[in-house]
Design a protein around this ligand. Structure first.
Ligand SMILES: [Mn+2]
Length: 458
């Protein structure tokens, strides 16, 4: 009964055909393969999965990890010798008309909303198979299905697929649909184990309190003395691991931590997500979210090559990634601690703070919003970049439910001062001239007020 020993993900007939078509193309291709993928955790793991397929087949390839597939990149890709196969992962769906004109054989493995299916390319995208690409499948999880279609033995790559999907936050509130089937099958194959537990990262509980910014405990996170006092009070020591606690200790620790989050003003979503489904990866000897955080730190430090090398099994790269993560997380914790002492400036419907680095403004605004900022106001992280301000906006879910739409607010307020902005209701951004900062903030405050009152008067 091979079926029972080797559980599979259930595909529709049309998806099976598409995956077979792509797999055939890869198997039959005799020259070099050129791979382009996104530089974030989902893109890195998708690229690694495709590289592993090529390694398994003994075929030569070259990979480029890039921030986006803009006209310049499309042109560069087009200059690949015509006899090479080109594979785009985690990108390409919005460039189908251009890729369709390539003389090359082209495979696109993407989960973003596609502009078209294409006629000459093989486009593997959940969108065409009744699967939600935002929630149910990522580039890594779809690349994984292509890999296991090429060769059943590539099921060993399931860990990378899961880490990739977590990178795109598709696990929030629990995996769904296609991803859910993937983790269930991987668990049945004993590649991973699914555990419901607190989201405490790191080998020991002490490590999770001192080195990891999420979940963020006010007055404990990043403070070694306070963390060890807290551990002592709990009847635990520095070496204690969650895994090896007695059931009763586990329950006690979990409820104390949840109460602390509640008391410090964490949002309901942060408290709900504190106890979560986690995926232990036997081959990596860590939880999938920890693997994701290693890839994330590599791309945040601009060193996605190390992320890729680690995904392909390089031990030295794994250590380098751990060093990146430590540095990355220390920086975040240091800045959140500053915001504890020196909270964001407040206006009527918003609060704002200044971030020294642009790429961190959003991270700090997001974590602050979830864990300890005033949750009656939207938060704006501002980074001064020459004559411009790069602004990242975040709101707690309760405000979005009350009518706030940050994407709209950022666009309107941005345009009102000669800049631009946009994004989602819960997370958005804007770029505006520095000189107009005051006007931009008061414009935002006015728009947020309107959003809140128009909903209330409905
Ligand atoms: Mn992605």
């Amino acid at each position: 009964m091979a079926g029972e020993e080797n559980p599979q993900i259930n595909f529709s007939a049309s998806l099976t055909r598409r995956l077979e078509e792509a797999a055939e193309e890869i198997r039959n291709h005799s020259g070099r393969t050129r791979i382009f993928s996104h530089y974030d955790p989902d893109g890195i793991t998708a690229a690694a999965i495709i590289c592993k397929v090529m390694l398994g087949l003994g075929k030569p390839f070259k990979v480029t990890l890039t921030k986006k597939l803009d006209d310049k990149r499309v042109k560069e890709a087009g200059e690949t010798p015509n006899d090479q196969l080109i594979i785009f992962a985690d990108m390409g769906a919005t460039r189908v008309s251009q890729l369709d004109d390539f003389p090359h054989k082209v495979i696109v493995v993407d989960h973003h909303e596609p502009e078209a299916e294409g006629e000459n390319i093989i486009h593997v995208n959940p969108h065409f198979f009744d699967i939600d690409g935002a929630r149910e499948a990522s580039a890594a999880s779809f690349a994984f299905s292509l890999a296991s279609t090429v060769d059943e033995r590539n099921w060993s790559l399931a860990s990378l697929a899961i880490a990739g999907a977590i990178g795109d936050r598709q696990n929030l509130g629990g995996f769904q649909g296609y991803n859910e089937e993937l983790v269930a099958a991987a668990a049945q194959r004993e590649l991973i184990s699914i555990e419901v537990m607190p989201d405490l990262k790191g080998h020991t509980i002490f490590e999770s309190l001192t080195e990891h910014p999420e979940p963020y405990f006010v007055d404990i996170t990043g403070r070694k003395q306070k963390a060890s006092r807290f551990m002592k009070w709990l009847g635990l020591d520095k070496e204690s691991e969650f895994k090896s606690l007695e059931e009763e200790q586990k329950r006690f620790l979990t409820s104390i931590c949840a109460m602390r989050l509640l008391r410090q003003g964490a949002t309901p979503e942060a408290i709900l997500n504190f106890v979560t489904e986690r995926y232990w990866l036997y081959d990596w000897d860590m939880y999938a979210d920890e693997l994701t955080s290693l890839f994330n730190a590599c791309s945040r430090q601009g060193d996605q090559a190390t992320g890729l090398a680690m995904a392909l099994g390089d031990r030295a790269a794994r250590e380098a990634a751990a060093a990146h993560r430590l540095k990355h997380q220390e920086w975040i914790i240091e800045n959140l601690r500053k915001l504890e002492v020196d909270p964001p400036e407040s206006k009527r419907h918003l609060q704002y703070f200044y971030a020294a680095e642009s790429s961190y403004a959003g991270v700090l605004a997001g974590l602050g919003t979830l864990y300890f900022f005033d949750d009656s106001k939207a938060t704006f992280g501002i980074h001064k970049n020459g004559g411009n301000l790069n602004v990242s906006a975040r709101a707690p879910r309760s405000l979005v439910e009350a009518g706030v739409n940050l994407g709209v607010a950022c666009r309107k307020a941005g345009e009102a001062v000669g800049g631009s902005g946009g994004g989602h209701d819960i997370a958005a951004g804007a770029t505006v001239p520095s000189k107009r900062e005051k006007k931009f903030l008061s414009e935002l405050d006015k728009i947020l007020k309107e959003q809140l009152t128009s909903r209330n008067s409905e």
